[in-house]
Ligand binder design. Structure first.
Ligand SMILES: Cc1cc2nc3c(=O)[nH]c(=O)nc-3n(C[C@H](O)[C@H](O)[C@H](O)COP(=O)(O)OP(=O)(O)OC[C@H]3O[C@@H](n4cnc5c(N)ncnc54)[C@H](O)[C@@H]3O)c2cc1C
Length: 382
C-alpha cells in the first residue's frame, strides 16, 4: 500500500540514505555482530554525510528536518538488520534531552559533536536493582561546591563501551517525597575521573550492540552539567519517552517486513514432497495472516508518526503501538523461523537472528507490561 506520509524530499532522502547504508553499513553488520559493537569510523561517516543531524537544529550543525527523516533512517537500518549501530538511540532518544533542556552553553559544547559523530550519546537509567521502577534509582549525585559527587552503578546501557557522553539519571535529593521529585539528569563525559566502564554484556540478540555496565565512583561532575532543573529529571524522562517508544514501534514494523519478505522468498525456493513449501495452504494462510498484521501495524504507526510530528500528546497510543508491534515482531519471527524448518535454527539464515533480536523489543524502552499500565491509567482504570 502506498504510504502517504512521506513527501518527495523524504523519498529522495530515503534513496540517498539507502545507497550509503548498503555500501558502508551492510558489509559491517556481521563484523559488528561478531565483535559485539560498532566502530567509530562508521559513526563519523554517518556524521560526514549528514545522517546524524537530519532533525538536529540548524544552529548547531543539523539540517532541522522533521522526525519523518529519522524514521526513514530507522526503517532502512532495520531493513538491513544493522542493529549494532544505534543511530536512533543517539539522535532521537538521547539528543532530544540536550536540545530541549540543555543550557545554551551545553548545546554549544555538545550538540555540534553529536551531529558530526565525534560525540556518541547514551542514556543511563537502569540499575542492577531497578529498571521499570525508575523512581527507585539508587545512584546519588550529592552537591559539593560547584560539583555533584556521583556514586552508583548502571546496567544494560546501550553504547556503554563506545559512548562519549551519557545522560545519567541520579538522585540529587535521596530523601525527597515522592521519590521521583529527587531525580535529576546529569551530562557525564566518559573521560571524567570516577566514570568506569564495566563489562560488555553477553546477550541473546542484538549482538552487535555494546550493552554494558557503567559505574560512578566519586565521579565529580560540574554543576554546569546539570540538565534542566534539579528535581525535574523524572518529568523530563516522561516527556521524552513518547518519542523513544515510537522509535521502537517504527523499527519493529520495519523488521517484521524484512523477515516476512525473506520468508516468502525462502518458501518459494524450498521443496518438500516434490512441491514448494509455498504451495501448502498452511504456509499461504500463515503468511497471509502475518502480512495482514504487518499492514495493520504499519498503518497505525504511520498515523502516529504524523501525529507526533504535529506535536500531539499520543502517549497512550504510542504505548499501544509499542506493545502491539513488538509482540507481533516476536510472534512473526517465531512463525517465520518455523517455516524455515531446521534451517531457521541455523545462524547462517537471517531469520535465526531476527528471532533472537525480537526478544528484547518487548523489554527495553519500558516493558510491554508497563505500556499496559500506562494505557490503563489513561483509560482511568488504574
Ligand atoms: C539490550 C538492552 C538494551 C538496553 N538499553 C538501555 C539503555 O541504553 N539505557 C537504560 O537505561 N536501560 C537500558 N536497558 C534496560 C531496560 O530499559 C530495562 O531492562 C527495562 O526497563 C526493564 O527493567 P528490568 O530489566 O529491571 O526489569 P524489571 O523492572 O525487574 O521487570 C521484570 C518483569 O516484571 C514486570 N513488571 C515490573 N513492574 C511491573 C508492574 N508495575 N506491573 C506489571 N509488571 C511489572 C516487567 O514488565 C518484567 O516483565 C536495556 C535493556 C536491554 C536488554
Amino acid at each position: 500500500m502506498r504510504r502517504d506520509l512521506f513527501g518527495d524530499e523524504h523519498e529522495l532522502f530515503r534513496s540517498q540514505f539507502r545507497r550509503f547504508a548498503e555500501k558502508e553499513i551492510a558489509p559491517k553488520v556481521a563484523v559488528w555482530n561478531e565483535r559485539g559493537m560498532s566502530d567509530r569510523e562508521t559513526w563519523r561517516r554517518l556524521g560526514d554525510e549528514g545522517f546524524l543531524g537530519v532533525s538536529a537544529p540548524e544552529a548547531y550543525g543539523g539540517a532541522g528536518g522533521d522526525f519523518l527523516y529519522d524514521a526513514i533512517v530507522m526503517e532502512e537500518l532495520s531493513d538491513l538488520r544493522a542493529h549494532g549501530i544505534m543511530v536512533s538511540l543517539h539522535s532521537n532518544i538521547c539528543r532530544p534531552y540536550l536540545e530541549t533542556y540543555g543550557s545554551e552553553e551545553q548545546k554549544q559544547r555538545y550538540l555540534p559533536g553529536t551531529v558530526t559523530g565525534e560525540i556518541i550519546l547514551g542514556i543511563a537509567m537502569t540499575e542492577p536493582g531497578t529498571g521499570s521502577d525508575l523512581a527507585n534509582v539508587q545512584t546519588r549525585a550529592i552537591r559539593d561546591g560547584d560539583h555533584y559527587v556521583l556514586d552508583g552503578a548502571k546496567t544494560f546501557i546501550s553504547n556503554g563501551q563506545i559512548g562519549d557522553l551519557f545522560v545519567v539519571v541520579a538522585k540529587t535529593d535521596p530523601q525527597a517525597v515522592p521519590p521521583h521529585d529527587g531525580i535529576s539528569l546529569l551530562l557525564v563525559e566518559a573521560g571524567t575521573k570516577g566514570f568506569v566502564r564495566g563489562r560488555k554484556l553477553d546477550k541473546l540478540g542484538l549482538r552487535g550492540q555494546d550493552t554494558s555496565e557503567l559505574f560512578f565512583q566519586e565521579c565529580r561532575v560540574p554543576v554546569s552539567n546539570l540538565l534542566g532543573q534539579e528535581g525535574r529529571g523524572f518529568r523530563m524522562l516522561m516527556e521524552k519517552l513518547q518519542q523513544e517508544r515510537l522509535c521502537i514501534a517504527v523499527a519493529s514494523i520495519a523488521s517484521c517486513r524484512r523477515t516476512l519478505l525473506d520468508t516468502i522468498d525462502y518458501v518459494k525456493e524450498r521443496k518438500a514432497f516434490g512441491r514448494s513449501i509455498a504451495s501448502f495452504q498452511n504456509t499461504q494462510f500463515r503468511l497471509a495472516e502475518l502480512a495482514t498484521e504487518v499492514e495493520v501495524g504499519r498503518a497505525f504507526v504511520d498515523r502516529l508518526l504524523v501525529s507526533h510530528v504535529r506535536g500531539d500528546d499520543i502517549v497512550a497510543e504510542v504505548s499501544m503501538a509499542k506493545w502491539w508491534t513488538t509482540e507481533l515482531q516476536k510472534r512473526l519471527s517465531s512463525e517465520c523461523l518455523q517455516l524455515h524448518g531446521g534451517y531457521g535454527f541455523m545462524r547462517e539464515y537471517p531469520v535465526c537472528d531476527d528471532y533472537a533480536d525480537a526478544a528484547v523489543q518487548s523489554i527495553y524502552a519500558g516493558t510491554n507490561e508497563i505500556m499496559k499500565v500506562i494505557i490503563s491509567k489513561r483509560l482511568g482504570i488504574a
